[in-house]
Design a protein around this ligand. Structure first.
Ligand SMILES: NC(=O)c1ccc[n+]([C@@H]2O[C@H](COP(=O)([O-])OP(=O)(O)OC[C@H]3O[C@@H](n4cnc5c(N)ncnc54)[C@H](OP(=O)(O)O)[C@@H]3O)[C@@H](O)[C@H]2O)c1
Length: 315
């Protein structure tokens, strides 16, 4: 009962800010964003639907050449529907299952060997599962999609020198991360009897925040900027699938995918300095803790990176 009250309290407290109401109120204070991404090459994972699709389309409309990555080819093909011909022509797609290390490696190789550098990488693909989904590589799909693939792809592209000075990496986290401290032990859960999709997802999303700090410390002197953001609560197929009751109850006030992706586009346009221990939301850096308990991290960003590297090396 106590837990249910705590969860309800969490949603009631955050609703005015995380819903479309918060977005619309804050937008009143923003000037018009005249983003011009001509000459830039972007990669957006999870780019065929929801927030990722909105980012792909908006970036292409603002002139970027965008590579959208997801599994289902049919959905990827539909990303360009309704766009003007010039923007549609700037979007290409790559089918890859990011729950598999071998497919992420193939994707990274093909991106690294293609001509030109990558100006923006949006690590957006993310899933919240009701039960663990073991992969044939001995891992679990939400862990690999939400976190390990982001680490693998980013490290591979930086290692190959294709994300260089002036590159921006945006990691799409979630307000769900406010519920848990950084804890490596919470990341890879495979026992169905002891699995809570929401907690595991929150652990992945918290880890993205720590990883962003790690990357800024490690690669900041190369001129690459790493940002972590959360989109608020957004009307997407992912939310309807993973949290149907929440999606139904909040339906009138959920953000559009374009509103959810706004901060990613703004970060790549405005290029603010990365700030440690901050998460971007509606174009502002916010604190990464809402509860005292989450300050008690059980791991460090460096230990997290070592752990993720060890996961890549053991498979
Ligand atoms: N919607 C929200 O309210 C909300 C709130 C907080 C954070 N977020 C975060 O925002 C991001 C996008 O969420 P969304 O709601 O827009 O999700 P969504 O509507 O479910 O779209 C997810 C995208 O990821 C792709 N994807 C899923 N599994 C994949 C895999 N194994 N390999 C490659 N691509 C995969 C999907 O295409 P395929 O299925 O074809 O692969 C799709 O393009 C996620 O990281 C999510 O955690 C969302």
């Amino acid at each position: 009962m106590k837990r249910i009250v705590a969860i309800l309290g969490f949603y009631v407290r955050l609703m005015p800010s995380f819903s479309a109401l918060g977005y619309l109120a804050r937008r009143l204070t923003w000037g018009r964003m005249r983003a011009d991404f001509h000459g830039q090459r972007w990669v957006v994972t999870g780019g065929s639907d929801g927030i990722g699709r909105a980012i792909v389309r908006a970036a292409a409309l603002a002139g970027a050449e965008v590579i959208a990555v997801a599994r289902a080819s049919e959905r990827l093909e539909r990303v360009v529907h309704g766009l003007p011909a010039d923007a549609a022509a700037r979007i290409t797609t790559r089918a890859a299952n990011l729950s598999l290390i071998r497919e992420t490696a193939t994707l990274a190789d093909s991106l690294a060997t293609a001509p030109g550098s990558i100006d923006v990488l949006v690590n957006n693909a993310g899933i919240l599962l009701a039960a663990p989904e073991p992969t044939d590589e001995g891992l679990e799909a939400s862990f690999t999609v939400n976190l390990l693939s982001h680490y693998q792809l980013t490290e591979a592209l930086i290692g190959a020198g294709v994300i260089g000075a002036n590159g921006v990496v945006v990691n799409m986290s979630s307000g769900g991360m406010y519920n848990v401290p950084l804890n490596i032990k919470g990341l890879l859960r495979t026992d169905p009897d002891r699995y809570s999709g929401k907690i595991v997802y929150a652990c992945h999303k918290r880890a993205q925040v720590a990883l962003t700090d790690y990357w800024n410390a490690r690669y900041g002197d190369r001129g690459i900027q790493f940002h972590v953001m959360h989109p608020g609560w957004v009307r997407t197929a992912g939310v309807r699938r993973s949290m149907p009751l929440f999606a139904k109850l909040q339906a009138p006030v959920l953000r559009t995918p374009r509103q959810g992706g706004d901060t990613a586009l703004w970060l790549c346009h405005a290029r603010p300095q990365p700030q440690p221990d901050r998460i971007w939301f509606d174009r502002r850096p916010r604190g990464v803790h809402l509860m005292a308990a989450t300050r008690n991290a059980r791991s460090t960003p460096e230990a997290l990176a070592d752990y993720l590297q060890s996961m890549l090396e053991r498979t």
